[in-house]
Design a protein around this ligand. Structure first.
Ligand SMILES: [Fe+2]
Length: 332
């Protein structure tokens, strides 16, 4: 029997590869009736084992995708060495000039999410800041373009994002949210692009903070928290002399943890001193953190996260920005 044959999601064979041999991919990027050309694996919840879900030549049906979604399965896995082929498949989905396939916005957003995530990882991994910022600016422009299309709905976006807590996932999600919020606030297309890029860069300084602190389960002690609080300044210092980023983008990096009544960091400045783009970043940054999986707690639902933001209210956030974000979430 060929891999995956039969109407059921039959698991064929247990793999002996280790977790590090697999890359997660979003189910939202898979087209029904098309083969990705890669073996797709599923991770068994109880045992943590990876089992073959579909062989490389066996196409997924719409039913398969709906059944996965119905079971709350948003991720499948591919072999690590298949990463470049998966990225090539995704870029084909994003290439709107191809015209050959009519790709639904949700699928494009899913593909975009994976491509941005992968590019962000390798751009920052390269340690060549010039190249990284150039790549990130291009991605910011593409992201803003897709997210602000008329046919694109906020609900599409929430469905395709990953919600684990890692700096790159967080930065990607914050950028996607910032694009939606900036468009909702009426910024021009050019500004939405710049704000999206600022969102991708906002936590750049975290790359210089010890990962053991960033991923520590539970509360940070005073010294650890002081280390974390250095990241806006570290990121700002790295980028401040660049001529290809504007003041708003730099202040998104430097001020996204500042709060309206002055209880934020690194400076403790008040509302009138905080750049409007940093206020956008502040709202979506906290919202993203609350709706993501943390080592010590489950993600909050979107409505619960909104309640938390509202409780903080004007002490922390610009109320016009918060209201706009609320209306985007509630209409999703
Ligand atoms: Fe941050």
């Amino acid at each position: 029997m060929p891999s995956g044959e039969g109407g059921d999601e039959s698991f064929i064979g247990t793999c002996i590869m280790l977790a590090v041999d697999y890359l997660p991919i979003s189910v939202a990027t898979l087209l029904p009736a098309k083969t990705v050309g890669l073996d797709l694996f599923q991770r068994e919840q109880d045992s943590g084992r990876y089992v073959l879900y579909r062989g490389a030549t066996y196409p997924l049906t719409l039913d398969d995708l709906e059944r996965l979604r119905g079971r709350g399965i948003h991720l499948l896995y591919i072999g690590k060495d298949s990463g470049p082929r998966y990225q090539a498949y995704l870029r084909r989905l994003l290439d709107t000039d191809l015209g050959a396939v009519d790709v639904a916005p949700q699928l494009q957003a899913g593909a975009l999410n994976e491509v941005v995530l992968d590019s962000l990882r390798s751009a920052f991994g390269s340690r060549d800041l010039n190249e990284a910022v150039a790549t990130i600016s291009q991605l910011g422009a593409l992201t803003a373009e897709i997210i602000t299309r008329d046919e694109f709905a906020a609900s599409d976006l929430f469905r395709v994002l990953h919600h684990d807590y890692a700096t790159f996932t967080h930065s990607t999600n914050v950028a996607f949210y910032a694009a939606m919020l900036a468009a909702g606030l009426g910024y021009s297309a050019e500004e939405v692009e710049q704000i999206t890029t600022g969102g991708l860069l906002h936590d750049l300084g975290k790359l210089d903070i010890d990962d053991r602190i960033l991923s520590k389960p539970g509360r940070l002690d005073e010294w650890e928290f002081r280390q974390v609080k250095r990241h806006p300044g570290l990121g700002f210092r790295k980028l401040a002399k660049r001529t290809d980023l504007n003041e708003g983008q730099l202040l998104m990096v430097y001020q996204h943890h500042e709060r309206m009544d002055g209880h934020g960091y690194p400076v403790g400045c008040v509302g009138s001193e905080i750049h409007p783009w940093a206020k956008i970043c502040a709202v979506v940054d906290v919202f993203e953190a609350l709706t993501s999986q943390r080592p010590y707690r489950k993600p909050l639902s979107r409505n619960k996260a909104l309640e938390v933001l509202e409780r903080e209210g004007s002490a922390s956030f610009d109320l016009e920005v918060l209201e706009c974000w609320k209306s985007i979430i509630l209409s999703a």
